[in-house]
Design a binder for this molecule. Sequence first.
Ligand code: SF4
Length: 582
Amino acid sequence: MIRDYFRVLVVDLALGKGKVTKVPGRDEVAGGSGLGALLFNRYGKTDRPWDDPEQPLIFAIGPLTGYFPLMSKTVAAFKSPYHDQYAESHAGGRSALAIRFADYDALVLTGRATRPSALVVGSRHLELKDVHYLWGLDIQESGKLLRRMFKGSGHRSILRIGPAGEQKSAMAGINVDTYRHFGRLGGGGVMGAKNLKAIVIIGDGSFPLMEGKDYPRLFESVHRKLTATDMMQKYHNLGTPANVAILNELQALPWRNLQATTDPEVHGISGERFAETALLRNAACAGCPVGCIHIGFSRERFQTDYRYFYRQVSYDHEPIFATGSMLGVTDCFAILDLLDVIEQMGLDVMSAGVALAWATEALEKGVISAAETLLPLRFGDHNTYEQAVRYLAYGVNEFYRLLAQGTLKAAAHYGGADFACVLGQEMAGYATGEVFFTSQALGLRHSHLDSAGYAYDQKYPEKDVTKAVDFLMAEEASRSFLTSMVACLFARGVYSEELLADCLRVVGYGALADNIDAVSRTIQKLRWQTRLATGFDPHRVAIPKRFTEITTWKGKLDAEFLSTLQNTYARRILELTGEAKG
Ligand code: SF4
């Protein structure tokens, strides 16, 4: 049965105790992103630092999770070690369904465990287990043990951190069920600060489905659209790595720290090359019939007699960009080897790859020396990068510790900010132009998925500031609603506003269905107010010079257009929240 409130499990990690609380607001913020912001406003401390034990780590799902396919994400909300401001990060895997089956809309974790611990929650079960013996283990080792310790595969979801999270790195992600991640903005560091090695969610409850024929009929029609039409085909086939060759052709793929936007060596790292030589299988988040997760392999020889063991490694466009083109690595197996190390260390791959690309250029230019890097970093040398990734995760010296807090923090200390590829956080794998750079730099999550500026760049050649910023604002509002539904954004073409309204109505959320526009705007505003309350000033975001030096298929980047876009978007964000001056 649906509820008109949120059922939230609030856990105090210091005490190892939890309490179920009813939180009103379903018809105003829906769930997911909206619920994350609502709960942060209730439990967060805007004026205290991110690692204050009282800061909450929130995991929220949406009203359609468990009822319709691809409502498969969980939204993590927290104060970020990256910028000490409110942040959101999204992940798939099994976590959303496990939370649904455990009968919660959200988990809120406050306090700090006294010992390195694993939190285990089910519908009638809460345990904070001392797992000091897992501290220091990498993602694979800890996963193996956690799966044995906490039975219940299928409806069980395991969230865990690696050494980077234990070091409270701002680039540490949270691994979800091995192949998915809350990657960006340091959620892994937040778990590390809470002494939390793992969270095991056991979906040991159940929930009834709606009676009558309307629900199964609608479900079937959604399922058909997802599986029997070509709407999702590209995600299943080559997956997002299909973008690698396309962007390279457009002169929009960042190469070697964005010193170039295209390179003939792309054939070694294209989606086609991965699929033809390295793809083992596809996998899927729970409740998804599409299966866009592409899994290749990394193998290691352990005997002179041609004996190997191998590990399965997932790949996507972004990881290929971050460890491939950005680092000048042009062999798909070298990329998989590097991805494997980044996975084991529990680092966010985009942040780590872009940070090491900056370090390589800084070393080349003499801004830093081998005394800092400890290694002769060189574009294309994946073996050296594997070691550098470990140094970054463990923070072996002052240089790597600073770099792990963000490339711009290292650049502020050593120099080289002009060529730091940072747009709010380390850039995503699109060098499509001014609108994308503005959208990532100022976007709420600093994600390419916040408002699809990369799509705008490719679709509209004219330099119309108002049109571009209107697009970003509208796209952000509509995506805020989708991420509050916790829909996988790959399904945004399927889940139109009309279809979402039908789905909400059939499940029983009629008020939400009738007010999608208003609710979208409420969520958009609430998220921005929360971010601003923790210190974000969109007018203070600087876009480094490197971004103005590139050439794409449209020609040389227009620095003036970029600057006007930035100012206009910043003003519109402040107007939206009622904070614009004058
Ligand atoms: S399309 Fe991919 S990311 Fe989206 S829910 Fe399915 S498997 Fe997960």
